[in-house]
Design a protein around this ligand. Sequence first.
Ligand SMILES: O=C(O)CCC(=O)C(=O)O
Length: 278
Amino acid sequence: MLTAEQIRSFETDGFLVLEGFVPTERCERLRTHTEGLLRRIDPAESTTVFTTGGTQNRDDYFLESGDRIRFFWEAEALDGEGNLTRPKELAVNKLGHAMHDLDPEFESFSRQEGLAEVAHDIGLAEPLIVQSMYIFKQPGIGGEVALHNDHSFLWTEPMSTYGMWFALEDATTENGCLWALPGGHKLPQRARFRRVPGGGTALEEWGDPYPTDGLVPLEVPAGTLVLLDGMLPHGSEPNRSERSRHAYTLHLIDAGSEWPADNWLQRPPEFPFRGFRP
Ligand SMILES: O=C(O)CCC(=O)C(=O)O
């Protein structure tokens, strides 16, 4: 699926941009389907917001979402009492984290032709999809995603975490595209997010912060697939523009690696992680 040159580029940079991987009509179909899901959510279900930065102590509503489909609000969409200040469709930060196993439309997008081959080409002998997220990056209030690597949040022994990030809309520096540090996947691990005894989670950090010199914007059209090494520092800026920047992500690990019991995301034994086969 990938050429030797593309694999070399992924290994050198820690990311690879594949424009035109998904037909734009398929992106539009997923966006329309998700609009339907948003229409059906009940805002009374939760006041949980999703922001990054700080110690990231997540609540049970978040921690129980590994085998469900839950929604998380933008911080700027709620007032001091937790009331929505805008229509719910323009207030959700993201959906997560098991759409790929629970919703037929997401399931077929997540297991579309070509992805198993791509996962194999970047080094996953037996890929498992551990989570999915639909990220809205709402107009005006889409929150920043602080510079991080995905292995900090989805830890395996040894490191076998990879991300597949699909642009469902054009992503530019105006509406909060991804930024990445080419070659930064070779820097040492410097953080780990995990469940802590007594409940909740914490982000432990050590060593030097990631350098920000050398970060590059990944401005990509809808239909682009961006592959991310689990060690690669990446993030995105707030969206202060009038245009949304919808994206869908899958995170993968290798079945041969160990998934620690204190990772935030846990599945019951009767609902294990699955790979790309339907
Ligand atoms: O879409 C974004 O803005 C950030 C997504 C991200 O960092 C991730 O999926 O790991």
